[in-house]
Write a protein that binds this ligand. Structure first.
Ligand SMILES: Cc1cc2nc3c(=O)[nH]c(=O)nc-3n(C[C@H](O)[C@H](O)[C@H](O)COP(=O)(O)OP(=O)(O)OC[C@H]3O[C@@H](n4cnc5c(N)ncnc54)[C@H](O)[C@@H]3O)c2cc1C
Length: 434
């Protein structure tokens, strides 16, 4: 490996890195795909939902060969109270054809996707940690790895090394993320017979469902999730690191709490925990996105904070940014210019893409989460909603007009008064509407 020269080196074989490597290798560039895991996906986790649209741009009809779990036909949001849930969901058979999204497991999916890059001609270099960016003055010229004589030189280095991006820190494009810019997620994969999953979730054949969960996160800003796989369930919760620090609560205690909730308990009853894992999720969004390209380098996916937490979209943004970086590298290769002037085309492509548009739209959400204490949005309001619905549906002889007043009182009391309630509503509206 000593002193080997490539057109491009991609660091990290997650969705962003594999998309970049695939794009460039398919166009005939000499590409190295470096991954620290024993194999791609070995160390990676997500919820997880994989979307069709962006990956299809790269690999038409990929779903006919990719290791996907279930085609999602039903998506719900559950707002949990102490022993209750308000459920909002949508089931539609039209999500099957064409498919909108699937559930998946990274350990299988990442291997498949990196395998596509290999088939296209990318050179896989796995079980190898990139430890350093190599520079010639300001210009990035390669990477150093933990292998003996492990220096690789390339015209372009693509940083796809995920949320913890050591290389991004070395380049100085981002600092150590603040505790309010990342959440820590823990997840269990729970085995249940395939038929039990279908019966419990009202699914047929390969149909799958997703449930996002608000509330019962120990008064901290966070979301739970429950997704159906073929014969397992992915159950997890992600909580803002700033809140975990303040509350001194361990994330697995939050997950344990969710597992005991009467609505969740019944769904996982009899299941056997097969896997337990934890990972950070970038939550800073638009305001935390770093500089995206420079002299000889580009940064993609989670390493650039490209996650839309409101819509739990990360893999699709990773794939899109990887593709756009790959396309920029191909253009740069054609003209033989790899300086900031050439690679900044990637920044422009991102600005024109859905990544920029969607993250910009929700840029206020991060501030909303920091509005007052998290218990308001993630505990008091969910409980107030549950109490309100409970009382509206309870036939107890109270006239409906009085009931309506009582319902409003729940929200007012949770918010701390009428003015606070209006203020919160306006802040929420602004946060969700750019
Ligand atoms: C709990 C959880 C649930 C999620 N749910 C969803 C979901 O349902 N849908 C969705 O679309 N997104 C979801 N996401 C977000 C999604 O997983 C990420 O946005 C996406 O994986 C980002 O891809 P990436 O390639 O940028 O980074 P990663 O997937 O993190 O890949 C980075 C890769 O780089 C490797 N690496 C890191 N450093 C080095 C180094 N120095 N040398 C060599 N290799 C290195 C890592 O091993 C890894 O393979 C979820 C995330 C989490 C944590």
């Amino acid at each position: 490996m000593a002193d080997e020269r490539f057109d491009a080196v991609v660091v990290g074989a997650g969705p962003a890195g594999s998309a970049a490597a695939y794009t460039m290798a398919k166009a005939g560039l000499k590409v190295a795909l470096i991954e620290r895991g024993e194999f791609p996906g070995a160390k990676n986790i997500f919820g997880g939902v994989i979307y069709r649209r962006q990956l299809e741009d790269l690999i038409p009809e990929f779903w006919k060969e990719a290791p996907l779990e279930r085609t999602v036909v039903q998506q719900s949001m559950w707002v949990l109270g102490e022993e209750s849930a308000v459920m909002l969901g949508h089931h539609n058979q039209r999500y099957k054809d064409p498919p909108n999204c699937w559930t998946g497991l990274r350990v299988k999916f990442d291997q498949w996707f990196a395998g596509k890059a290999e088939q296209a001609g990318a050179v896989p270099i796995y079980e190898t940690v990139v430890t350093q960016i190599l520079r010639d003055g300001e210009r990035v010229v390669g990477v150093k790895t933990d292998r003996d004589d492990g220096e690789l030189y390339a015209d372009i280095v693509i940083l796809a090394d995920g949320v913890n991006s050591l290389l991004g820190k070395q380049l100085g494009i981002h600092h150590e993320w603040g505790p309010d810019e990342v959440s820590l997620a823990v997840k269990e994969v729970i085995a249940l017979p395939r038929q039990t999953i279908q019966d419990r979730f009202n699914l047929e054949g390969d149909e799958g469902c997703t449930i996002e969960i608000v509330g019962q996160t120990c008064q901290m800003a966070g979301l739970g999730f429950l997704y159906t796989n073929q014969d397992t369930i992915s159950l997890g919760v992600g909580v803002m690191v700033s809140d975990l620090k303040k509350a001194r609560v361990k994330p697995y205690a939050v997950l344990d709490g969710l597992k005991q909730h009467p609505m969740i308990r019944k769904l996982i009853r009899g299941g056997e925990v097969k896997e337990y894992s934890g990972h950070l999720i970038p939550e800073g969004g638009f305001n935390s996105m770093p500089k995206l390209a420079g002299d000889g380098w580009m940064v993609v996916g989670d390493a650039a904070q490209m996650v839309n937490a409101v819509h739990r979209e990360g893999t699709n943004l990773a794939v899109t940014s990887g593709r756009l970086a790959g396309e920029t590298a191909i253009e740069a290769h054609k003209v033989g210019h790899f300086g900031v002037g050439a690679l900044d085309a990637y920044t422009r492509k991102i600005r024109e893409s859905i990544i920029h548009k969607d993250l910009k739209k929700y840029r206020g959400v991060h501030q909303l989460l920091g509005f007052g204490d998290s218990s308001l949005l993630f505990d008091k309001m969910p409980q107030a909603l549950n109490d309100a619905i409970y009382n509206m549906l309870l036939v107890d002889g109270m006239p409906k007009k009085e009931k309506q007043k009582k319902v409003m009182r729940y929200f007012r009391e949770a918010a701390g008064g009428n003015a606070e309630l209006v203020r919160l509503g306006m802040k929420g509206w602004r946060a969700m509407n750019g």
